[in-house]
Ligand binder design. Structure first.
Ligand SMILES: Cc1cc2nc3c(=O)[nH]c(=O)nc-3n(C[C@H](O)[C@H](O)[C@H](O)COP(=O)(O)OP(=O)(O)OC[C@H]3O[C@@H](n4cnc5c(N)ncnc54)[C@H](O)[C@@H]3O)c2cc1C
Length: 422
């Protein structure tokens, strides 16, 4: 007889949900965590308010998970974002919807979410071990079954099913130090290259090195990542806010572009990735030209100020090689063209992003090709299950990563429990 039916390694977003779902099936469940506390990253998420999920359609949810969102189809058929909302409502947690469908607890405290999950786990009689890092997994090579684990302290614990919920590599201070990749490899799994996503971009552009726009933020602009020079072929574009920093670019639109920039640089071996900003995406060029014509006596910066901050307007003129103090009526044709081209496709370059440790989410991870999308079980090792950021799944900020963690955690917990009785 094994020590437990199910062991969950990692008490973060996905592991807590996996534990609840395994224990609800009546299994003898152990949750083992290396930190002295559970859910450290969950507490940081959403600026400490925990963006638990996103109220959107299934299709839209999947498009907001650019790293293998499609792998989640089958899991979402069993438990989706509406089920997450219902789960918390049933547990007595009221959620509220904010912009872009983002769902938060009405308390505005991630602690509400964490405490709720931990209370359910305690009510289910789960054994919880903290400050107990797992060292390695034990597999039976002949039967291709998981057998148990050993802890760093040297103890062996056996189980019929083991769920790996040990997270990725982003924000290692929270406990996500990537320990589980080696355990997955040992079972025969491939680890897709790890890279930072949802991370600020680094740049050597003149506007950054000369601090021309440091601290300036732009509202609701459209940022495009190009496959080659600007205008070649768009990889992705995002209309949101962004900010100029001392090392490059940040803010929601940039974070969403960052994984694509890193992938492009890796795939092409190029040193730079080109991006551009449409500084007024809600107006056509014709509409803007018309507005400028109607104010043709005014100085350029005064006209441009209605669409962007003044410092940005000055830099637009600088890049377009036009005197910003000129009235619009004095521009020659070539200057008019240069001005509007800069407004609509303001050029940027990025040399990469901040490292994985500083990004919000890990790109890459355990290959989804080798995991059953309906159950989250390993295709190589019976009784071995995966969930959360450890998998090669990454979403944009906006609740998509916690959704992926809760969905895969729920499925892994249920099937690990059912498998453990077999
Ligand atoms: C600052 C920040 C803000 C974020 N905000 C949002 C947001 O608003 N919305 C959103 O959807 N996503 C957000 N994310 C991403 C999201 O929080 C994560 O994708 C998600 O929490 C990952 O859950 P997980 O269970 O896979 O991993 P984690 O939550 O990292 O949990 C892994 C756990 O495993 C434990 N562990 C690791 N190794 C071992 C070992 N050897 N033995 C025992 N235990 C081990 C760790 O200590 C940790 O507790 C944010 C991330 C960060 C860093």
């Amino acid at each position: 007889m094994t020590d437990y039916d199910v062991i969950v390694i990692g008490g973060g977003s996905s592991g807590l949900m996996a534990t609840i779902n395994a224990a609800q099936q009546g299994t003898r469940t152990l949750l083992i965590e290396k930190n002295p506390k559970l859910g450290r990253k969950l507490l940081l998420s959403g600026g400490g308010r925990c963006n638990v999920t996103n109220r959107t359609t299934r299709e839209d949810l999947i498009t907001h998970i650019p790293g293998n969102g499609k792998f989640l189809y089958s899991a979402l058929n069993q438990f989706d974002q509406e089920d997450i909302i219902a789960f918390f409502n049933q547990a007595g947690v009221e959620l509220k919807e904010e912009d872009h469908g983002r769902m938060f607890p009405v308390t505005d405290r991630a602690r509400t979410i964490l405490d709720t999950l931990v209370d359910i786990i305690n009510d289910l009689g789960v054994t919880i071990r903290m400050k107990d890092p797992v060292d390695s997994l034990i597999y039976d090579r002949e039967t291709k079954r998981v057998k148990g684990l050993t802890t760093v302290a040297g103890e062996t614990i056996t189980a019929n099913s083991i769920i790996l919920a040990a997270g990725g590599r982003a924000y290692p201070k929270t406990g996500a130090t990537g320990d589980a990749y080696a355990w997955a490899k040992k079972a025969g799994h491939s680890i897709e290259r790890l890279y930072p996503t949802e991370a600020p971009l680094l740049s050597d552009d003149r506007i950054i090195s000369e601090k021309l726009l440091r601290g300036v933020s732009l509202r609701d602009v459209n940022v495009t990542v190009w496959n080659g020079p600007v205008g070649e072929k768009a990889i992705v574009n995002h209309q949101m806010d962004m900010i100029f920093t001392h090392f490059g670019y940040s803010g929601p639109a940039i974070l969403r572009c960052s994984g694509h920039v890193n992938q492009y640089l890796h795939a092409t071996g190029e040193e730079l990735c080109h991006l551009s900003i449409d500084l007024a995406p809600n107006e056509t060029l014709e509409e803007m030209k018309q507005t400028a014509e109607e104010a043709r006596e005014k100085q350029l910066t005064n006209i441009l100020k209605q669409w962007m901050p003044e410092r940005m307007a000055e830099v637009v003129c600088l890049l377009a090689n036009i005197d910003a103090t000129k009235p619009y009526k004095q521009l020659v044709h070539s200057e008019v063209d240069a001005l509007w081209e800069t407004v609509k496709t303001f050029p940027l370059t990025a040399t990469g992003s901040q490292p994985i440790e500083k990004g919000f989410v890990t790109g890459g991870g355990v290959s989804t090709k080798e995991v059953d999308p309906k159950t989250m079980e390993s295709k190589f090792m019976q009784g071995l299950f995966f969930c959360g950021e450890l998998l090669d799944i990454n979403g944009y900020t906006g609740g998509y990563n916690i959704t992926a963690a809760f969905v895969t955690g729920t499925i892994a917990g249920q099937y690990a429990a059912w498998g453990s009785f077999a």
